[in-house]
Design a binder for this molecule. Structure first.
Ligand code: HEM
Length: 395
């Protein structure tokens, strides 16, 4: 790849892959880092669903767990625990939203808001206070996603080794005490760390369990928090007069996930030498599918470049939608994540005037699709008192 091409990619990766996809005569084109991207929607869906590409382990967990069965079990255990936390999450949202104040800095405020509402399921209230503080500091520093700018990335990443060491120690303590299983009612996990420890084989090193925990912590706090940020930003940019928006939060969140899927590329290694999309591929070559490209296929979506939450109410108005990927390796937490995002957006918009300044809907890409910094102004509308009707006043 020429330096010029590389620069074009760095400047705007999404536009770059859209351009390449449009110009590519084949169903597959090469990405700057050597992997291949499946441009054709039909073929991309084949990669995501065909058992041939799912005989091994999912790349989400990498090689941290010994088997696919262990990966699936861990994903389900954490998903079930987080799902059980939905009512508590809902209850804490209003307070967390009020805590933002009239002016808040985003997108960082998104993960912090989600953290405040999930802190007790991430680490139960009886966990060492210093560890809970460390987790909060990691969120504040931006460790819940790979930061696109060097300075911010360094500020966040400097905390990772210490956080991992502290969680590793907590895994050691809980394993030694055995109280991840008995410390709570009927051996139910008290928090995500208990769920991770319970689902990990005994011989898995403490440090690996800690890494798995951080991976899931990032998925919960970061992925959900940044998705909330995208939904608010896009709604405010496209509807500057603010809420009440003409769309329910559910359509808005779906449309934001279509326009700006947080995970813009998922990969599947080719299991053995084969021909795909008319090209030969060696075993181990990565075939990537871009949810962003599929969400913008003009043959599958009506005016895909437009932000139109109302499309979610149009019969047959939706094409392939995969912000959480699809097929055997699809996100285990997809449904609960969607609920969390939608509830947060609804609570923030309720009885409030919302506007953004510095809002720029072009994404920053670094591992994932992040919103650029913006400021959210949120003022509560004075509740309108119903006008007294004749004869209804105090006597
Ligand atoms: C906005 C929020 C989220 C987004 C956008 C997201 C997206 C994704 C994506 C794209 C994958 C990769 C699938 C693939 O390789 O094809 C994935 C995997 C996964 N996600 Fe999420 N995720 C989110 C939230 C969550 C939450 C809240 C949890 C846990 C409660 C979670 C747990 C998982 C697990 C366990 C996997 C691995 C699935 C497997 O390999 O079996 N995710 N996620």
């Amino acid at each position: 790849m020429s330096v010029r091409e590389m620069r074009r990619f760095r400047r705007d990766p999404l536009r770059y892959i859209e351009d390449r996809a449009r110009r590519s005569p084949a169903a597959v084109f090469q990405l700057p880092w050597g992997a291949w991207c499946v441009r054709d929607t039909e073929q991309a869906l084949t990669v995501l669903h065909d058992p041939m590409f799912h005989g091994g382990m999912s790349t989400f967990f990498g090689d941290m767990l010994p088997s696919r069965a262990a990966q699936t079990a861990l994903g389900r255990a954490v998903r079930n625990l987080v799902r059980a936390h939905v009512p508590a999450y809902r209850q804490s949202l209003s307070e967390a939203a009020a805590g933002l104040g009239p002016v808040s800095r985003w997108p960082g405020a998104g993960p912090m808001l989600v953290y405040r509402c999930t802190a007790d399921v991430l680490l139960h209230p009886g966990a060492p206070p210093a560890l809970r503080r460390q987790l909060e500091q990691a969120v504040a520093a931006g460790l819940t996603a790979r930061q696109p700018r060097m300075r911010e990335r360094a500020r966040a990443e400097v905390l990772r080794p210490k956080l991992l060491a502290a969680i590793t120690e907590q895994v050691r303590v809980r394993r030694a005490e055995g109280n991840w299983a008995e410390g709570s009612l009927a051996g139910e996990p008290r928090d995500v760390l208990d769920a991770v420890i319970a689902a990990c084989p005994d011989e898995l090193p403490d440090g690996t369990a800690a890494n798995l925990y951080v991976l899931l912590f990032q998925s919960i706090v970061g992925n959900i928090g940044y998705a909330v940020a995208w939904a608010l930003l896009l709604a405010c940019v496209h509807h500057p007069s603010g809420p009440p928006w003409p769309w329910p939060a559910d359509w808005l969140v779906r449309e934001a996930g279509r326009c700006r899927p947080f995970v813009w590329m998922v990969g599947r290694p080719v299991p053995h030498a084969l021909e795909f999309g008319g090209l030969p591929f060696a075993a181990g070559t990565v075939l990537s599918v871009s949810p962003y490209l599929l969400h913008h296929d003009p043959h599958r979506w009506d005016r895909p470049e437009m932000f139109r939450p109302e499309r979610w109410n149009e019969p047959g108005g939706q094409g392939p939608y995969l912000p959480f990927s699809a097929g055997p390796f699809t996100c285990a937490g997809a449904a609960v994540a969607h609920t969390f995002i939608t509830e947060a957006v609804a609570v923030l918009a309720q009885d409030a005037r919302l506007t953004v300044s510095g809002g720029d809907a072009r994404p920053l890409i670094s591992g994932s699709v992040l919103p650029r910094p913006f400021t959210l102004h949120r003022t509560l509308k004075t509740p309108v008192r119903p006008a007294p009707t004749k004869g209804s006043g105090p006597r």
